[in-house]
Design a protein around this ligand. Structure first.
Ligand SMILES: Cc1cc2nc3c(=O)[nH]c(=O)nc-3n(C[C@H](O)[C@H](O)[C@H](O)COP(=O)(O)OP(=O)(O)OC[C@H]3O[C@@H](n4cnc5c(N)ncnc54)[C@H](O)[C@@H]3O)c2cc1C
Length: 474
């Protein structure tokens, strides 16, 4: 039976506080402030209690009290999510994982790392590096995003082309269910066909089906040789030809391919003091491409040079620079990594994290750019991102002479224009950021009745009282 969800009573709050002890909760407005607004400052929340459990058992005990009292609870990792999933909008209990941040074990024979949910992604990458391995998940937010958050959003990032999204990098999970029970699925197995693959249900569920408390992740061979290049292209179709040529010539040595438009480079150069113009004049369309191999340095750079020469001869590459050193490669990556952030200094922006089949990217960009410029003359499209995965961040900066609020008020209308084109091309309205609250209502329009009904059945089966992250996703 679904109990009526309630605001927690003082007695419920006291019971939760006594589970975690004085170090494990807070109502200090200064501490709460960072948890109640997200990165883009678009969503603000409020909470009846911030709880900071130190063990999985404490998480389970908290959830048992919530289940017993029908008290809603919102899990929050590094608070870098971009769809509002981690924000408590209705005074829910806010569960954070900062004290659950241990690397539990590293196994270089099984090539796995076991970590608690609150481990920051960069710390997991560092731990892998220390044993000469790679944990390939890489995002601009990796200094704050936590493993629990990146798995709950099935994060993508820069290396999906080669290594897949977060869900491809996990072998086992420990999860606290909505009833407050611990499912210990912390197995490091690459083969296990004993029924449903439960971990995959919780990955990408944005905290609505269970609470991830720990994970066993895959480790991969650490690249010893990395070549990074920024390449100017004739147009978007040429970027796709270049991608195909690179993959034909270098196979899975291509580890990242990021589309960057001229306006994006201009924004970064304007607003980031350390950023440098890669070549002059700037070109309309550019691709940042990275090749890497676990082989010792030597053969990769000549292969890439030959590839670029062939692409220049064929006329779809116009110019290019290959990084001569690690710091130079970092300079090139800066142009991509800071792109999202610098848009805020250019006024209001409307952002659409979408995917289409790679072969449809040029068509999508053409149709979507026409549609939005017809709707808002002077709008400045800044489409960039993981072109090798068909994932474009179709971001729009406001016209320079338009009132910001008037521009932002067009959000729904513009999203409808963009998403209709995406779906007509067989794409998805959320490629890697998830649904949260931002796209909860929109998925109803774009997913089939059957798909929505299966999603709701799953939610009802696992969380019949609807206490886990209510109002998100479904
Ligand atoms: C500058 C910047 C760059 C980014 N780049 C990328 C990118 O390239 N690719 C990409 O995919 N994303 C990107 N993101 C989005 C964001 O970093 C990812 O969504 C990230 O995975 C969120 O991790 P987090 O720990 O901050 O989670 P949070 O934001 O805290 O939470 C995200 C969701 O997961 C749930 N959750 C958190 N922890 C748990 C847990 N332990 N158990 C169950 N549910 C939980 C929350 O309730 C929420 O629904 C970027 C964000 C920023 C700010």
């Amino acid at each position: 039976m679904k109990k009526q969800q309630t605001q927690p009573t003082p007695e419920t709050l006291d019971r939760i506080k006594s589970v975690v002890g004085p170090q494990g909760w807070s109502l200090d407005p200064n501490e709460l402030a960072d948890h109640l607004v997200e990165w883009r400052q678009q969503w603000h929340g409020q909470t009846s209690l911030l709880v900071k459990p130190a063990t999985s058992e404490e998480v389970a005990a908290i959830v048992r009290i919530c289940a017993e009292t029908a008290t809603p609870i919102v899990p929050q990792g590094g608070n870098t999510g971009l769809v509002g999933g981690q924000i408590p909008f209705h005074n829910e209990i806010l569960l954070c994982f900062n004290r659950l941040n241990k690397i539990l074990s590293v196994d270089t024979v099984n090539n796995t790392i076991s970590v608690q949910a609150g481990c920051v992604l960069a710390a997991v990458q560092d731990a892998a590096e220390k044993v000469d391995r790679l944990f390939p998940l890489s995002l601009a937010s990796e200094g704050s995003a936590q493993i629990g958050g990146v798995l709950s959003t099935n994060a993508g990032g820069n290396a999906v082309l080669r290594y897949g999204t977060a869900r491809n990098l996990v072998l086992g999970l420990e999860v606290v269910t909505a009833q407050g029970k611990i499912w210990d699925g912390l197995k490091g197995l690459r083969k296990d066909n004993t029924g449903y693959d439960l971990k995959q249900i919780f990955i990408g569920a944005e905290g609505t089906l269970g609470i991830i408390t720990a994970a066993v992740c895959k480790l991969l061979p650490k690249p010893r040789d990395v070549v990074t290049a920024l390449v100017a292209l004739r147009d978007v179709a040429a970027a796709l030809e270049f991608l195909t040529l690179s993959q034909t010539a270098c196979g899975d040595l291509v580890s990242a391919v990021e589309l960057i438009p001229r306006i994006g480079i201009e924004f970064v150069i304007r607003h980031v003091p350390d950023a440098r113009q890669p070549f002059s004049p700037l070109n309309e369309w550019n691709v940042l491409i990275e090749f890497s191999t676990a082989q010792y340095p030597g053969t990769l750079r000549p292969t890439v040079e030959t590839l670029l020469e062939r692409a220049l001869e064929r006329g779809f590459v116009l110019d290019g620079v290959i990084a001569e050193s690690g710091p130079q490669a970092a300079q090139l990556w800066l142009l991509r990594e800071r792109l999202s952030e610098v848009q805020r200094y250019e006024g209001g922006s409307l952002k659409h994290d979408i995917s289409v089949p790679v072969s449809q990217i040029a068509t999508f960009l053409d149709q979507a750019t026409r549609a939005v410029t017809a709707a808002i003359p002077g709008v400045r499209p800044v489409p960039f991102g993981h072109i090798g995965d068909g994932n474009i961040h179709f971001n729009l900066s406001q016209p320079t002479d338009m009132d910001t609020e008037a521009f932002l008020n067009r959000r729904e209308e513009i999203a409808r224009l963009v998403y209709d084109i995406v779906v007509s091309l067989g794409g998805s309205i959320s490629a890697e950021h998830g649904v949260g609250v931002a796209k909860r209502d929109e998925i109803r329009r774009y997913k089939s009745a059957v798909e929505l009904s299966v999603m709701k059945s799953l939610k009802h089966a696992l969380d019949p009282q609807g206490i886990l992250n209510p109002g998100k996703v479904v």
